[in-house]
Design a protein. Structure first.
Lengths: 383, 150
């Protein structure tokens, strides 16, 4: 038998030999067939809408938002309840920034309506260190309010996963539906494309076809990306296509599993809550586990022997000690967590060398099947 | 749509897209995903022709538009004895890898793509691709009980 690499070459060749190229005529034919399908689709949609209407009426009595459990409504376990359990979310980096927790840990109040844009942006920087990759925290507050009817004063959590065009943002906080409705209906850039639609009993605002780039340019949406905006209980859902929005709504209403239903992901989030993480990123088995701050970076990967099922890499704020770098690694067993300590320690030393950070004395604590690394060496300035 | 320009676009993008989406979804669903992605490009031609990385973008469109379909068997559609020099458990072992590991292994080891080419398609770093390939190959060797130096 040839070696594995040669077998893979022969296998790939055989697989691809079976697949005819897709032709332009075929693609054009797909496009032409669609109007004919509309009639069928309308009929199917009408039937689905009728069934959905019945289900919605029943749901009002029987279904509740997936808040996971007592005490978790503002925690990271509660945040994971919005993330549908799919191959795509498991292979995505999931970023969470907990503005509400940062406010609580540092004793800073929510800014009022009188605060200027500079104060709002400055407060975000103070609380989260300016490392966010979210469009929401990198936009000008006045432009956000004008286009979407809210800004970071109303937000307690910013959760993001997926890659464009399927990126999903879920904000949790104290949002005013009337202010959002007024903003999106009077927005001078996008109101011409606005539609009000409904999925599974949740109404939402929709601009353009899934993932389409439109001719409109605005400060928040940049080069004209389509958008979906829904307000579900205390959450704002923001994305560019129906599939991500629908999956997230289904997860919130427990019509499909979320990552909070997975015991490994849930455990990682519970430890993140216990350790009061303020910002961090979840990575599952599909993603190289980075011992990395939430900011983009390319850290040395963990060796296979120390690769966890789920990891959370982030930081927390302590009044006296400044911000501390915390990594939470979930393994199948306590023995595997113990065995991972030395490889993780070595990888962190490599990372410290690569990032030229000062010497530190990280602690490695195994609690059941979780390894927690707490490191002052990646300090951010205290707020 | 400028048909000639679209034909040139398809000639350039389709082969790479087909390899990548077949690696992701298997032959049958992968081909459907290519057709869906190119149909999107046809419908959004102004947007598609301006893309910096059309294969990478359309890969995600194809991935997204086929994500809810049930996966058929992943592997060649013909009978297994057509490939006497391939371990019969290889298709199942590949199917059991994570999506990114399977796509990386299939494209790098099976189709001879560079790590940089795969990275461009998946929107990740070349070092992440190398990591997926290394882990995927390790899992295949373990599953097929192939010695590391074989």
């Amino acid at each position: 038998m040839p070696d594995l690499e040669q077998q893979l070459q022969r296998f790939a060749t055989a697989v691809l030999d079976d697949v005819e190229p897709v032709t332009v005529a075929e693609v054009a034919g797909m496009r032409r067939r669609r109007p004919g399908l509309v009639v069928v689709a309308v009929g199917v949609a009408a039937a689905v809408a009728l069934v959905a209407a019945v289900l919605v009426v029943r749901r009002q009595d029987t279904e509740e938002l997936n808040l996971v459990g007592p005490g978790s409504t503002t925690g990271w376990v509660g945040a994971l309840a919005a993330v549908p359990d799919t191959p795509e979310t498991r292979s995505s980096i999931i970023r969470l920034e907990d503005i509400g927790r940062a406010r609580a840990l540092t004793g800073r109040p929510v800014l009022g309506p009188e605060a200027s844009d500079d104060q709002v942006a400055g407060e975000e920087f103070l609380l989260l260190g300016g490392n966010s990759t979210s469009f929401f925290l990198n936009s000008v507050p006045a432009e956000l309010r004008a286009e979407l009817g809210f800004d970071s004063r109303e937000a307690d959590q910013v959760l993001e996963w997926g890659n464009p065009p399927g990126r999903m943002t879920v904000l949790r906080g104290r949002f005013d539906r009337a202010a959002i409705a007024t903003a999106v209906e009077t927005d001078r850039y996008w109101s011409g494309l606005l539609e009000e639609r409904e999925y599974g009993g949740v109404s939402f605002w929709s601009w353009g076809a899934d993932y389409a780039l439109n001719t409109v340019f605005s400060p928040i949406r940049g080069a004209g990306n389509s958008a979906r905006l829904a307000l579900v209980d205390d959450r704002v859902l923001w994305t560019a296509g129906d599939p991500e929005l629908e999956a997230t709504i289904d997860a919130l209403y427990r019509r499909r599993p979320s990552l909070a239903d997975d015991p490994d992901w849930r455990l990682a989030a519970e430890v993140a809550d216990e350790r009061s993480l303020v910002a961090g990123r979840f990575t599952g088995r599909e993603v190289p586990h980075g011992l990395c701050m939430p900011a983009p970076c390319d850290p040395p990967p963990l060796p296979e022997a120390a690769a966890p099922i789920v990891s959370v890499s982030g930081w927390t704020t302590r009044a006296e000690g400044g911000n501390r770098f915390v990594v939470i690694l979930v393994y199948p067993s306590e023995a595997e967590a113990e065995a991972a300590v030395d490889p993780v320690r070595r990888t962190m030393e490599e990372m410290r060398e690569a990032f030229q950070t000062p010497p530190a004395d990280p602690t490695f604590e195994v609690d059941g099947r979780v390894l927690v690394v707490d490191d002052s060496g990646m300090l951010l300035p205290p707020p | 749509v400028d048909r000639e320009a679209f034909e040139r676009f398809v000639a350039d993008v389709e082969p790479r897209l087909r390899r990548a989406l077949v690696a992701l979804r298997g032959p049958e669903q992968g081909r459907d995903a290519v057709a869906e992605a190119l149909a999107w490009a046809w419908e959004h031609w102004d947007r598609a022709r301006a893309l910096d990385n059309p294969a990478g973008y359309l890969y995600r469109v194809g991935q997204s538009r086929t994500r809810w379909r049930r996966s058929p068997a992943w592997g060649p559609t013909a009978e297994p004895d057509r490939l006497p020099d391939v371990e019969p458990r290889l298709p199942a072992a590949l199917a059991a890898l994570s999506d990114r590991q399977r796509v990386s292994v299939f494209l790098v080891q099976g189709c001879g793509w560079s790590h940089v080419e795969v990275a461009g398609l998946l929107g990740i770093s070349a070092s992440s691709v190398a990591n997926h390939v290394a882990r995927g190959m390790a899992r295949l060797r373990a599953e097929l009980k192939v010695p590391v130096d074989a």
